[in-house]
Design a protein around this ligand. Structure first.
Ligand code: SF4
Length: 346
């Protein structure tokens, strides 16, 4: 029960308090309570009276239905309850001594990528801004309770397509990057899209200060469409044009994600086609050997061909990394989130 306060930007909170007879300065005190643990005992009397009437109970983010930890201890995954009985998964991972949260933006996903457990389950609904903020509050509360330090990076690569839920995602990011509150660095936040062209263009036009990751998986339309059906709606050539536009407008490098599937998109010919396709775009290519899901029979590319693919892209002048795998034993890897009862162990 948070009365929607965690879904408001600072300006909206200020406006709400003013409309209820309070002053702008009270918004600062309330914002500190919401995001910085300031005690209500320190509130000025009018705000305290207002606050007592609100029943603003739960301060720790979503209620946990289930949680898992990977056997190497580097990944933790939570299934969080939503108020309507739905649930989403949120993942916390440790990379090079830093914590990264992987956040969901929808219950399910409408994009239907064939190798993804979320896509296989279909779309249920968008998350509201508060439900996205709640995931990060939950992660922060966990890190604080365990004295594990601060959350550094956020990726919107959990359940859902963030640019299919543009308004709510941008609102949530505005809230969590507010310096007076959670103060997450916009430059440490990455949105991952499967190629929602209107959202990419809009991010560029609005000069949103976050990183963009585009999931390609194929450098030729027929290969990509077989893996990412939404490519029929937003074709590859138009997607690349939108990426060019984004790169020119923002002068920011784009991360291109490529799930490597044995025999499907892992040939050196595909690496060459990818290199051609991205010419002139400031790019960082992330290679992700396929993570297993029950409804897709494809296999991950093995180590040798992964290195060969990477080597070819490097020869062609691209910055290219192979994504470190995290949380596969608890189904917390890329494409494995499904928001159900899941698998794994605590
Ligand atoms: S990979 Fe991303 S966009 Fe594709 S179905 Fe899964 S959650 Fe949706």
């Amino acid at each position: 029960m948070t009365s929607g306060l965690y879904g408001l930007t600072f300006a909206e909170l200020e406006q709400r308090l003013r409309s209820e007879g309070l002053k702008s300065i009270h918004a600062r005190s309330l914002w500190s309570w919401l995001y910085r643990g300031k005690s209500p005992e320190q509130f000025p009397a009018p705000l305290k009276r207002w606050w007592e009437a609100q029943e603003l109970g739960n301060k720790s983010g979503g209620k946990v239905r289930q949680e898992w930890q990977s056997s190497d201890g580097l990944t933790r995954k939570w299934l969080l309850d939503l108020s309507d009985g739905e649930s989403v998964e949120t993942v916390l991972m440790r990379f090079s001594g830093r914590w990264t949260a992987c956040v969901s933006s929808q219950v399910g996903c409408a994009m239907g990528c064939v190798f993804c457990a979320t896509g296989q389950a279909g779309f249920t609904r968008h998350l509201g801004p508060e439900e996205i903020v709640d995931q990060l509050r939950h992660v922060q509360a966990y890190l604080e309770a365990e004295a594990l330090g601060r959350l550094r990076n956020v990726v919107l690569m959990g359940m859902g397509e963030p640019l299919h839920n543009y308004e709510a995602v941008m609102q949530a990011l505005e809230i969590v990057t507010d310096r007076r509150g959670m103060n997450l660095g916009p430059g440490n936040i990455t949105l991952s899209t499967v190629g929602v062209i209107p959202g990419i263009r809009r991010m560029a036009e609005e000069q949103r200060p976050y990183h963009l990751a585009v999931s390609l998986h194929g450098a030729r339309e027929e290969i990509r469409s077989a893996l990412v059906p939404v490519s029929r709606r937003w074709p590859l050539d138009e997607l690349i044009e939108a990426c060019r536009f984004y790169g020119e407008r923002t002068e920011r490098r784009i991360f291109f994600e490529w799930t490597l599937i044995e025999g499907a998109n892992d040939s050196l010919e595909q690496a060459d086609e990818l290199a051609e396709l991205l010419q002139g775009i400031p790019a960082h290519i992330n290679l992700i050997p396929l993570n297993p899901t029950s409804a897709y029979a494809g296999q991950a590319t093995s180590c040798g061909p992964v290195q060969a693919f990477k080597g070819r892209l490097k020869e062609r002048g691209y910055v290219c990394t192979v994504r470190q795998r995290r949380g596969i034993d608890v189904a917390a890897g890329c494409g494995q989130l499904r928001g159900g009862e899941g698998v794994g162990r605590l």
